[in-house]
Design a protein around this ligand. Sequence first.
Ligand code: ASP
Length: 295
Amino acid sequence: MKRKIALIAHGGAGGINYARRRLRGLKEAVEAGYDILCRGGSSLDAVEKTAVILEDKPVFNAGTGSYLNLTGEVEMDASIMTSELKFGAVGVIRDVKNPITIARMIMEKTDHLLLCGENAIKFARYMGLPYYDPKTKEKELIWQRKRRKRESRYFGNVWAFDNYSGTIGAVAIDTQGSISVATSSGGINLRLPGRVGDTPIIGAGTYADPNGGVSTTGHGEEIMRQLLAYRAVTLMSRLRAPEAGRRTLAHATRSGCRCGMIGIDKNINMLCLNNTKAMSWCYIKNGKMATFLDD
Ligand code: ASP
């Protein structure tokens, strides 16, 4: 019997403003990733493709259209992982188009797990990735408006998170039963330069093992403290994905962590949960699509 396949993606748990634009982007990305799975491709190729398409859509806070830090610069984080425990991540990277592709190159072409800052940029250039400015006018205007209001303060309270997010993530399982996860983020609006969020931290923003895979989004500092992705995947060793997700989210809520998460377990059960106002998401399982705008 042919193994079943599935792919799920999120567009951040910080709200669903521009809902139709988000939906269009998510559908296109999930369809492209799912198509790779249908043709027998790997979950790794599928989540990278999905993440690249989402990074290229300015409506999301990843790649092109990332939020700006306190000094008006785009600094991005990304990570990718497979259920064989292969992992690669990049932190505080600037001047590149697709951080997720660099994360994959770090995973496949180096002995390391995480590269950050200037030397991550040098690595990207060495790998042949050209200069690219991911800053958009739209996000620059938001920055100017918020910067004026906040004077010298950066992300100071979790409520601010609700309006300023759109990190992206994808989880897929392929015909071989291999699970992969990709997460990419422009971080939090007005954060301090050099701040690394949960996205490139193994077990926080991204985790996969043979039981399942999870990508998280939300208040990065709290997600790191709780190692949310690892927590949810670990529970999948004895629970189905929806229950593992519910327990993890309940723990997050008790701990004051505002977040969302998506995931798939080895038996193709899905989880898609958040404790924020709203999260955008889309998945295809056994050929059927579901989205955050379905009723
Ligand atoms: N988790 C991201 C960060 O804190 C933000 C987000 O998910 O939207 O950098």
